[in-house]
Design a protein around this ligand. Structure first.
Ligand code: KG4
Ligand code: ZN
Length: 339
């Protein structure tokens, strides 16, 4: 089954064609990041306008690259939640039009579920059940993936998401948006024990996260140095901060794995590209004899191939939308609102 998938939840307009959930026939991503860099973050109105401009050429290219016509695909899939509402609406309305005009089923896909599904493409042998850590710019979740569309959220962030915490600290260190990537690069080879930073816990909720105190602590270090006219060793500060964020992610994820007797651990989302997180999870899983999965780097950030992968399993579960499909800025990952 060939699915034409669309993604427009944030600042990437993407289209892909995926066969049977695992085989990517084409994948096209048009990023707006250079424009948003000028403003230090995503400007929602600009994002929506750029999606409007890009959605048709990106979709045409995905079909061309796969050597297919719209009539050759079996379904149209689209990210409908969560994300920037104006951005999501572009993809949702375009996908509705395509599906209606071509008489194909329309499959709505949850953005975070699709991040998890990036692993099905990278590791064709991976099947639920497994324990997932979904870390993106807007979300940080520990999830039990019992089946492809049967998901329980065990924990999540109470304030900033991991990606947001990286981006905000990076910005304070003078790095351009989205700073998480730059901070990760800068941290390589730095002294991660140079600064002792807090590792916040959420009392009574061992699988929940809180990053705002840690972020504030590093921003204070930067401001104090500025006030004293000192030059900070940015590499060491980046390394210490990255270590603290990854320590928190690893601590809760490993506890959840032990408590739930999980032996298969999967990371997903933009932050799953983080070098330290990947190294740490690799070695801790080896120590425990757990299987570890992570998406290839090109599938960590937003793309439509992952949407096409998850869409296949949503379709098999009967999750098909009608012409009244709407976008949603927030939506719990466990919810199957369409069936
Ligand atoms: O999943 P994603 O592409 O978009 C959302 O759904 O939010 O995640 C983007 C986030 C940004 O905060 C970005 O800075 C972060 O992922 N990110 C990283 C790395 N690569 C991307 N954070 C830390 N280390 C990285 N290597
Ligand atoms: Zn994302």
């Amino acid at each position: 089954m060939k699915i034409l998938a669309l993604e427009s939840s944030c600042d990437e307009t993407a289209a892909a064609i995926v066969e049977d959930g695992r085989k990517v026939l084409s994948s096209v991503v048009a990023s707006q990041v250079e424009e948003h860099k000028l403003y230090g973050g995503v400007v929602p109105e600009i994002a929506s306008r750029r999606h409007c401009e890009a959605v048709v050429p990106v979709t045409k290219k995905a079909l061309e690259d796969a050597g297919l016509q719209l009539s050759d695909v079996d379904a149209v899939a689209v990210t409908y939640a969560p994300g920037l509402i104006g951005a999501l609406l572009v993809g949702v309305n375009f996908a509705k039009g395509l599906a209606m005009a071509s008489h194909k089923p329309l499959v709505p896909v949850h953005h975070l579920r699709s991040h998890v599904a990036a692993n099905y493409i990278t590791s064709p042998e991976l099947k639920p059940p497994f324990l997932g850590l979904v870390v993106s710019g807007g979300h940080t979740h520990i999830v039990q993936v019992k089946d492809y569309t049967d998901i329980t959220v065990l924990g999540q962030t109470r304030d900033d998401a991991a990606g947001e915490a990286f981006d905000k600290a990076a910005r304070a260190m003078g790095m351009p948006y989205p700073g998480g990537i730059e901070l990760d690069k800068t941290a390589e080879g730095g002294n991660e024990n140079a600064y002792s930073l807090p590792h916040p816990h959420v009392d009574g909720s061992p699988y929940d996260f809180s990053f705002s105190g840690l972020k504030t602590a590093v921003i204070n270090v930067i401001h104090n140095a500025e006030q004293r006219g000192e030059t900070l060793p940015v590499k060491d500060l980046a390394a210490s901060y990255r270590k603290a964020v990854v320590d928190c992610l690893e601590r809760n994820f490993v506890k959840a794995a032990s408590d739930t007797d999980s032996t298969k651990l999967v990371i997903a989302g933009g932050v799953s590209a983080n070098r330290l997180l990947r190294r740490r999870m690799e070695s801790i899983c080896q120590e425990h004899g757990w299987q570890f999965y992570r998406p290839e780097l090109s599938l960590c950030g937003d793309n439509a191939a992952m949407v096409g992968s998850q869409a296949y399993y949503e379709f098999l579960a009967g999750h098909i939308a009608g012409p009244d499909l709407n976008a949603r800025p927030e939506m719990p990952m466990q919810e199957n609102s369409i069936s």
